[in-house]
Ligand binder design. Sequence first.
Ligand code: DGY
Length: 323
Amino acid sequence: MSIYVTRRPPGDALRVLGDVGHVELWSVDGVIPRNELLRRVADVSGLYCMLTERIDRELLDAAPKLRVISNMAVGVDNVDLVACTERGIPVGHTPGVLTEATADLAMGLLLAAARRMGEGVSHVRADQWGEWKPELLLGQDVHSSVIGIVGMGRIGAAIARRAKGFGMSIVYTSPNAKPEIEAELGVVRRDMSGLLATADHVVIAASLGPGTYRLIDEKALRLMKPTATLVNIARGPLVDTDALVRALRTGTIAAAGLDVTDPEPLRADHPLAQLPNCVVTPHLGSASERTRADMADLAARNLLLGLSGQRLEACANPAVYDS
Ligand code: DGY
């Protein structure tokens, strides 16, 4: 069984795969160039890939022997699931194992942006720290405020649990009501406009798809409070970047904390990287040693299950098993 791995995963995953199949690895430290990827998948039965690879019809055509794809990420917006399902190819992903780490980072970004921690760090580094001042870098409270969580899946619920610990009131949007989470945490479902107008801080934890592309646009930003913070730990294209830059410049909203951006990677001279009221981290939501190793292991288990014809532990296109 021939397996192609597009980037060295952390932990033991490569060894585990190597015990079962013949593994080839793109060992250069960088994203595999598209033409190389298309060439290297020609004979493979299993593809272990990252969110940086576009898995589309062209790639599937280039890999006629492909039986399973395993994406080392929970998000699968880089994969054409419809095309994979049509061809009977199950797509593995990594839900669950990164929930808590990602929720931790969301709270970190919320605190950093609302309490102006980025500006505080720059202030010290620029040797501007003079005497204590009663009005130096005043931000907005996080405790006891209203948090609006866009998307109440696993990560949204984990953010809500943390928010509860901060004494926050919690509103959320979701295509479907979540009665168990409402009962557990006292969260209240609102429509999008209601959430944007009510929340002191808005955190995006929704997945990216055709219905959520640029969900936060100019109009949505205008509905938010001028003191509000926007946090995005999901996918960059959920937010209209140009509209966000304008909103941060003109004071339509107070601050943003972004772990994902559009475009990604974000260059240092991009306005979002330069604006003092915007804190940007480079897609680190799941970036703890343990979480990334757990993701790599789950992705390896998915791949091996698929190669042996068994149902994947975490399958992003379960419809593939219906036919
Ligand atoms: C994912 O898994 O989708 C994250 O964005 C990277 O951990």
